[in-house]
Design a protein around this ligand. Structure first.
Ligand code: FES
Length: 103
C-alpha cells in the first residue's frame, strides 16, 4: 500500500532546482528536471545533508555539505555502485505535484 501526498504546485519549483518537503514522516527532496519531477529521500546518507539544497546539473545533484553526488533519476551514487538513495514515484495531476510513499 502507498499513500499519495500533495507536495507542491508544479510552477513553484523552477526547472533545474530542488525543494525539500516533509511528507508521510519523511524528508523528501523533490527535483524538477527537464523531463519532469523526481523525488528522493532528502537526507544524504553520508552525514545527513539536505539533498534538496544541492546543485543540480545534468540530472546529478551534489550534496551541499561534502559533495557526494547522486543521479536524481535513479538515486544511485555517482561513484559508489553500492549506494542508492531511495526514490519515490511522482505524478503530476494538472498543475499539482504528488509523491507516492509507502504507508
Ligand atoms: S552530508 Fe552529504 S556529502 Fe556529506
Amino acid at each position: 500500500m502507498s499513500q499519495r501526498i500533495h507536495l507542491s504546485g508544479a510552477s513553484e519549483i523552477p526547472v533545474g532546482t530542488g525543494r525539500e518537503f516533509v511528507a508521510g514522516g519523511r524528508i523528501i527532496a523533490l527535483f524538477h528536471l527537464e523531463e519532469g519531477f523526481r523525488a528522493l529521500d532528502g537526507i544524504c546518507p553520508h552525514s545527513g545533508g539536505p539533498l534538496a539544497q544541492g546543485t543540480v546539473r545534468s540530472n546529478v545533484v551534489t550534496c551541499p555539505w561534502h559533495g557526494w553526488q547522486f543521479d536524481v533519476t535513479t538515486g544511485r551514487h555517482c561513484l559508489n555502485a553500492h549506494l542508492c538513495q531511495t526514490s519515490f514515484p511522482v505524478t503530476v495531476d494538472g498543475t499539482e505535484v504528488f509523491v507516492e510513499l509507502p504507508e
